[in-house]
Write a protein that binds this ligand. Structure first.
Ligand code: NZQ
Ligand code: ZN
Length: 388
């Protein structure tokens, strides 16, 4: 394990009815709030009306940044920055999933930056200040409610990259599992695959001596494998939704990554898929993950796959290491398929390979440092293996 500094500044209000705390939390920062939300799910569920009336009663004035796209666009971020500047906004409140929260974070940091918010993606050191952010989470997936990342899609260059700063951690996150009851089966499955991928990125990271985190990660993976299919079949199962929601936060809030190299190769490859083809992030990860696992499996890491197979899926440790590893990868595929995710590029709507070279070139940045180094050609090979 390497040296690390550990700080998770987000305070969490978890459970049914916690939205009642929102007005008091907002008042800490001011009386003028920007509500950020997506394509309408929060209006259909009634959550938007609840929030507006709670804030109104407390004398807080609100403005709206509506229509944030899945894979949020830079243009929408710019629109949000403009609203904040024209109306002296004190606090930004995303109500939604990762796209909405990420957009809100970029708005919060973009508010203090003279040039394009994309500058902040290209150079994180330019993030010197951000408006306070209070999230109301509606989808268990990205963990953006408790981390310092914001992944933004630059529609002009078809690139998708993240900005990252301690200043982007939300001040507060309100996490009521009931607000995820309306998440459709497909997004529930994709969200669960995303949580699992965040854990895989760290579990198979290659840093030695992380015994403690490995055991925690196995517990979190078992939680996803158990509750993901339940939430897909029974969307209003509170225990399933609650366990997935809390796991989404702990998969990426920095705790598991303490002392690890943390290079995230599958995410680098997927972000190019969603940048160019606008695919659903978690589904893209589910397609790439088993192929990537088979690609990196070798004598140096087969023991990690054995631990994964034995401790997470209960495969007998009497079998040969490579047999356990292959069985564990097959079981991973089965989990995704059980939730209804189909596992080829074609199932993502990608039928041609014409962008693979340029996508791989962008994705490869820094991945030569992975335990199994990846370069442009290897990433193209992985993309091609996903065409089935
Ligand atoms: O737009 P609305 O109408 O709200 O519908 C959304 C959207 O269509 C819907 N949805 C969300 N909550 C709902 C709901 N529908 C019904 N009931 C609810 N309660 O779900 C759809 C997808 O929403 P989105 O926010 O895009 O999903 P997700 O949370 O998976 O976020 C994906 C984005 O986050 C980025 C991804 O790259 C992608 O852009 N990521 C962010 C990370 C971070 N900040 O740390 C890390 C992740 O690895 C990831 O890269
Ligand atoms: Zn992810």
């Amino acid at each position: 394990m390497q040296n690390f500094y550990y700080d998770i500044p987000t305070k969490v209000f978890f459970g049914e009815g916690q939205i009642q705390n929102l007005p008091e939390l907002v008042s800490e920062f001011g009386q003028r709030a920007l509500l950020v939300y997506g394509g309408g799910s929060v209006k259909r569920s009634g959550l938007y009306d609840t929030i507006v009336s709670l804030l109104k009663e407390a004398g807080i004035t609100t403005w709206d940044l509506a229509g944030v796209e899945p894979n949020p666009r830079l243009n929408t971020v710019c629109r949000g920055v403009q609203i904040c500047r024209e109306n002296q906004i004190d606090v930004v409140i995303p109500i939604g999933g990762g796209s909405t929260i990420d957009c809100a974070k970029a708005v919060a940091a973009g508010f203090y930056h003279e040039g394009s918010p994309w500058d902040l993606v290209l150079d994180n050191s330019l993030i010197t200040k951000a408006l306070p952010i209070i999230t109301v989470l509606t989808l268990a997936a990205t963990g953006s409610e408790m981390d310092g990342f914001a992944v933004i899609n630059n529609e002009e260059t078809s690139d998708k990259q993240e900005m990252c700063s301690i200043l982007l951690y939300p001040k507060y996150s309100i996490m009521d599992p009931v607000n995820t009851f309306t998440v459709p089966k497909y997004q529930t499955a994709a969200g669960t695959a995303d949580i699992m991928s965040h854990i895989f990125e760290l579990y198979f990271d290659g840093t030695p001596g992380k015994y403690m985190q490995d055991r925690v990660m196995e517990g979190l993976l078992k939680t996803c494998i158990h509750f993901g299919p339940i939430a897909c079949e029974k969307p209003d199962d509170y225990e399933a939704r609650a366990n997935l929601m809390w796991t989404s936060s702990w998969a990426i809030n920095g705790f598991l990554a303490c002392g690890l190299t943390s290079l995230w190769p599958v995410h680098a490859m997927e972000h190019q898929l969603s940048a160019v083809y606008d695919v659903t992030h978690g589904h893209g990860l589910a397609v790439l993950t088993p192929v990537w696992m088979r690609y990196i499996l070798n004598d140096d890491n087969v023991d990690r796959f054995v631990n994964y197979g034995v401790n997470v899926f209960g495969i007998s440790s009497d079998k040969k290491p490579y047999e356990i590893a292959e069985l564990a990868i097959q079981k991973t595929e089965e989990v995704f398929e059980k939730m209804g995710l189909k596992l080829s590029m074609q199932d993502l709507g990608i039928t041609d390979e014409s962008h693979f070279e340029s996508m791989a070139e962008r994705a490869a940045d820094g991945l030569d440092e992975c335990q199994v180094p990846l370069d442009k050609d290897k990433i193209v090979e992985i993309y091609r293996k996903c065409m089935k």
